[in-house]
Design a binder for this molecule. Structure first.
Ligand code: 48F
Length: 260
């Protein structure tokens, strides 16, 4: 006989155990879109203790929706090796343009990241950061349902050595830091420079260049990088997102070694 009480106890105990395990980590990533998932994979692969907090019910951000709901993504030559590494099948559409299923790409990024040891919490959103000693030292999190229902309920705090803002177009974590530090970001003006209109070629290039530290110990990757350091959007070409996630992981791995 299946005992409902065991199911209930198992779910509550295991869910709590997982969250308790991540009250402290090396790296927390806000957002489980393509760039955050790629960053999580490359960090976890090197033994870094990392978790992603995702506001939505399902991970993937803008990836599963492909382009205007056609379930396909385009990836350019520079990022083909990441498709290979993650095991995403693709075909060459025109020279240097590869097409993959947006659903398969999302599923395999999630699977690879979690297999490598990256923990993923859905339905939790990042609403603020901890700043101590002039640097970001953690995240302030709450259940997504709390803000959806406009409930006045205090959040909880988790502590990490580094944070990655992978929240996409809105760069939500950097935005809150900009506001609370009154414009002390590591951008030329100290403020967010904002995203520009569509230009796929420039956007794909700048997104990788702009993948860097936006405030001490707070990095940006993916579309958030162009929103913070100023660059155009690029639509459903995803090479830049994958390359940006890989780049931010490499930068943080170096810093973790330097600051040991
Ligand atoms: O938007 P998203 O997919 O970000 P990305 O990795 O990729 C961008 C592309 O999908 C696309 C594009 C391609 O050319 O431009 O837009 O940069 O994923 C961001 C994820 O972050 C979650 C959000 O639900 C989404 O899954 N998110 C946003 N704000 C928060 C958050 C927050 N405050 N806390 C937790 N998750």
């Amino acid at each position: 006989m299946i005992d409902e009480r065991v199911i209930t106890r198992g779910i509550i105990e295991e869910g709590m155990r997982r969250l308790l395990e991540y009250t402290q980590a090396d790296v927390f990533i806000a957002g489980a879109g393509p760039s955050g998932l790629t960053a999580g994979y490359y960090l976890a692969r090197e033994g870094v203790k990392v978790a992603i907090f995702e506001r939505a019910l399902r991970p993937g951000g803008g990836m599963p929706g492909g382009g205007m709901m056609f379930p396909c993504i385009v990836v350019q030559e520079e990022a083909r090796e990441i498709l290979e590494e993650i095991g995403i099948r693709y075909r060459e559409y025109e020279k240097g343009y590869y097409i993959a299923s947006s659903i398969e790409a999302t599923a395999k990024l999630v699977s690879k990241a979690m297999d490598a040891g990256c923990e993923l919490f859905n339905l939790i959103e990042v609403e603020d950061v901890v700043i101590k000693n002039g640097k970001v030292e953690g995240l302030v999190i709450n259940w997504t349902s709390v803000s959806l229902a406009s409930l006045h309920i205090d959040p909880l705090t988790v502590i990490s050595k580094f944070v990655v803002d992978a929240t996409g177009h809105d760069a939500e974590v950097v935005k809150v830091v900009e506001r609370k530090t009154k414009g002390k970001l590591l951008t030329p003006s100290g403020k967010m420079l904002g995203e520009g209109p569509m230009h796929a070629d420039t956007g794909e290039r700048t997104i990788v260049e702009h993948t860097k530290e936006a405030f001490p110990h707070l990095f940006v990757c993916g579309m958030a990088a162009n929103a913070v350091f100023g660059g155009p959007r690029m639509g459903p070409i995803f090479g830049g997102m994958l390359l940006s996630g890989k780049k931010v992981a490499g930068m943080i791995i170096s810093r973790l070694k330097e600051e040991k």
